[in-house]
Ligand binder design. Structure first.
Ligand code: 0RQ
Length: 504
């Protein structure tokens, strides 16, 4: 029998993914594991998608609501969205098929701060959770669950669901056991107490999930890899952005504001943040730490190079090659990584206490430093706010980075007015593009505009921005953050009409 199922009660519930999917009813609200392409269930969602397709073919409606940690993989979001089986989705999506369904108005999507998902579920704001479908890497002799490559909201789903389906994935490394730190001390107001984490490497919880064995209705065996999107190697633009950020951090050290090992790093997902990690290996900082959401390829490289001492996160977000590499070398990494529930990895109290250096990507920023991370042309969702808000508002410094143009130069990442705002100017202290870095700390809106236009805008758009700003200073209703309301979103309007922000 499967050596990963070390408790007899769980072996009694072994069944196929197809049989497990039969235990899910139309309209069910399902809490699944999964965070940035790791630790998501791989067999039951596909079997459920097949069942939904069969029901639809027979003319019967069948949709479910899906809650997760963050994004998942093609076997979950992709398969269920393709089957048109998702009625409602929270809290984060980066799957292209699901994105298309959301943007065509067929799927409801509640995009939310990732630290708030578990508390909102406990408070009952999200409704009742019927079923949890959770990938684990094993069950202990005592009947506790050994987490897999992400934790996300699994603790909460296991507590709140009426029934639980487990997927035991043999592909996950045995060495994951012991890397997790599940904190059971959270409570709701008015009973909350301080979270006793003072340093990023503090362990405050336990290695395994508690579970009520009577709620387990199915155990499914799987043997499949996490499927994260591969990273492209850093290009010249990403390298230039990384160099500006490293200069900025070196200066913070030189000014005596932060120690040589910096403060705990938080790095968003994507190619540019990954390039920053690569750049930090060469930088003159030592004994760095990370208190972040996801462990990316670049962080494992930093650990191997000895520049990063340890990382705390809620999930891996590794390219397929790096995920295999991690599994082959898990013994080396296991005492340098701690994985926590996302309400702890992203907790505003902890991000503020530790003084994280928050580094996130953006879609567009306006000349006053308001940042749009989520909605292209103010209406089309890209991914979601994810953890960027948790870290940006509460860190020691909040850095947002982007190439200065998108879509081959047809879109400027610096615009007169952001068409949607996720991060207000007060939560945005540094903006960086390959053109340069704007340190906005302590500046008024008009001082910010001068700096952002001069340092960050692409030359093809710089004069257009300056022209807008000069005219706005004369024609604006108020002079604090000058704007011409009839014109502020005209660049977006031009793109929607002609697919370019550049004038004819
Ligand atoms: O689309 O692939 O169709 O060409 O957005 O853009 O430049 O590859 O950058 O991968 O770093 O993503 C903000 C989306 C940036 C990401 C965002 C288009 C661009 C491309 C991706 P294509 P790039 P990145 C904690 C942190 C929110 C969540 C977060 C994100 C695609 O960083 O989702 O921060 N952030 N989490 O073409 C139109 C623009 C555009 C644009 C970029 N101005 N207009 N399209 N794109 N700028 C981690 C977690 O929470 C999990």
């Amino acid at each position: 029998h499967n050596p990963r199922l070390r408790h007899p009660k769980f072996r009694e519930k072994l069944m196929s993914a197809e049989d497990a999917a039969m235990l899910i009813a139309p309209g069910a609200v399902i809490g699944m594991s999964g965070f940035t392409g790791s630790g998501y269930p791989k067999a039951v969602p596909q079997a459920l998608a097949k069942r939904i397709e069969d029901e639809h073919a027979a003319g019967r409606p069948f949709k479910v609501s899906i809650w997760t940690g963050a994004s998942t993989g093609p076997e979950l979001d992709g398969a269920l969205a393709k089957a048109d089986g998702i009625e409602f989705r929270l809290p984060y999506n980066s799957d292209p098929i699901a994105r298309e369904r959301i943007n065509s108005g067929q799927m409801q999507y509640f995009d939310m701060h990732l630290s708030q998902v578990a508390p909102m579920a406990w408070m009952g704001f999200l409704g009742k959770l019927d079923t949890a479908v959770i990938e684990i890497s094993g069950v202990t002799e005592d009947g506790a669950l050994i987490p897999s490559s992400s934790i996300g909201n699994n603790k909460t789903w296991l507590e709140q669901a009426d029934k639980i389906i487990l997927e035991v994935n043999r592909w996950q490394s045995d060495a994951l056991d012991g890397m997790h730190d599940i904190y059971y001390g959270t409570a709701l107001p008015p009973h909350r107490v301080p979270i006793p984490l003072i340093k990023p490497d503090d362990r405050i919880g336990q290695a395994h999930f508690n579970v009520d064995p009577d709620k387990i209705v199915a155990v499914v065996e799987t043997d499949g890899p996490d499927r994260n999107a591969p990273f492209s190697p850093p290009d010249a633009v990403a390298e230039a952005i990384a160099a500006h950020i490293i200069d900025f951090l070196e200066n913070e050290v030189k000014q005596g504001r932060i120690p040589r090992g910096l403060l705990p790093l938080q790095s968003g997902v994507g190619n540019v943040p990954n390039a920053v990690m690569a750049g930090l290996i060469e930088a003159p900082f030592d004994q760095m730490t990370a208190f972040t959401e996801v462990i990316q390829d670049g962080m494992l490289d930093m650990i191997e190079a000895g520049s990063l001492r340890m990382a705390s996160a809620t999930a891996f977000s590794l390219s397929p090659e790096k995920a295999e590499y991690f599994n082959d070398n898990a013994q080396f990494f296991r005492d340098k990584l701690i994985m926590r529930p996302q309400e702890i990895s992203n907790h505003p109290e902890l991000v503020r206490r530790l003084g994280c250096i928050a580094m996130n990507g953006l879609i567009e920023a306006d000349i006053y430093g308001n940042v749009n991370s989520t909605q292209v042309m103010g209406s089309r969702i890209q991914n979601g706010i994810g953890g960027s808000g948790d870290f940006a508002r509460n860190g020691y410094v909040s850095i947002f980075m982007t190439p200065s143009v998108a879509k081959g130069g047809k879109i400027s990442a610096i615009v007169p007015m952001a068409a949607h705002v996720d991060h207000i100017a007060q939560d945005v202290q540094v903006i960086v593009t390959e053109q340069g870095l704007a340190d906005l700390r302590g500046l008024s809106p008009r001082q910010r505009a001068e700096k952002i236009i001069t340092n960050c805008a692409h030359p093809a758009y710089r004069d257009m921005l300056r022209d807008y700003y000069e005219r706005a200073k004369k024609g604006s209703f108020g002079g604090h953050a000058p704007n011409l309301l009839g014109e502020a979103l005209s660049w977006h309007e031009r793109f929607v009409q002609s697919r370019s922000m550049l004038p004819d």
